[in-house]
Design a protein around this ligand. Sequence first.
Ligand SMILES: C[S@@+](CC[C@H](N)C(=O)[O-])C[C@H]1O[C@@H](n2cnc3c(N)ncnc32)[C@H](O)[C@@H]1O
Length: 292
Amino acid sequence: MRLCERLRLPATQAAVLLHALQSGDTARRAIVLSPKAAGKNYQPPFPCESRERYSWLPENVFLPGEGVNPAQHADYAAGMYYVLDLSSCWEGAALSAVSSVPERSLDLCAAPGGKTMLLAARFPLKDHIANEVQARRRGILRENLLRCGVENTQVTGLRPDQWAGQGKEFDLLLVDAPCSGQSLLCKGIPNPGCLGSAAVNGNAKRQRGIMLQAVRCVRPGGYILYTTCTYDPEENERVIAYLLRRTSSWQAEEIPLLAAFRSDLCHFPAYRLLPHHGCGAGGFCCLLRRLL
Ligand SMILES: C[S@@+](CC[C@H](N)C(=O)[O-])C[C@H]1O[C@@H](n2cnc3c(N)ncnc32)[C@H](O)[C@@H]1O
């Protein structure tokens, strides 16, 4: 398959990816404790699996055991935790390389709220904006943040170019970009056309556009965490390569915790998770830092 060729996967890893795409059973549910649970010595009220083999997982992320549906538990409704795929937690682990607590942060593509939850689980939010352009999704975002007791956070609905025009400079931007969502197939969620060039190229163009605006919203020394839940290099490494060609004041940062996942499709530090890693459906992350 062309995707496997573009990813330059050895035959065994390509076979795992193809099987995952066809069988749709690679999702791995995780929960991240919310601010409501923080500091209370809270333990999930259901059996959880060992986190030992996931050295990059923070303490406040748990892996519900086989057969547990954490979203059906009363503590979920009470907002003690948020449910996401383990690969999202893997992407969130990139925040371990952010050198100081961000005073002002913006989650540019925030709904339904997973990345803001992961940020809140790592740093106390001081002045955070969870932004979502789609009104319906913004409503869901608002509900999730309220349920989980996320504080010091404003929900907004501006486009990236509108943010860039505001002249505000954030310490950290999260760009969990809209993408072709190829990893949805590995979770058993139908996503017709996601492997085709029209979807991939269309999304890549949108991602480049979002990133060109995002770089205008960060102070010198600040960060952008770029993530997607798709495999294609066009929407991942090549978006970052494009940005680094266009802007001389940014560099991609090493993420020591994720060293084992370093992409060999680019010369700068970027990280990709694939089904053969056994950590959920997969994703991509790259942490960028503004130098000047
Ligand atoms: C991958 S989802 C974000 C998931 C979220 N960060 C989380 O962890 O729960 C991407 C989001 O980007 C939004 N989006 C779509 N087009 C956009 C654009 N041109 N600029 C900014 N956001 C956009 C979508 O509505 C969607 O909510």
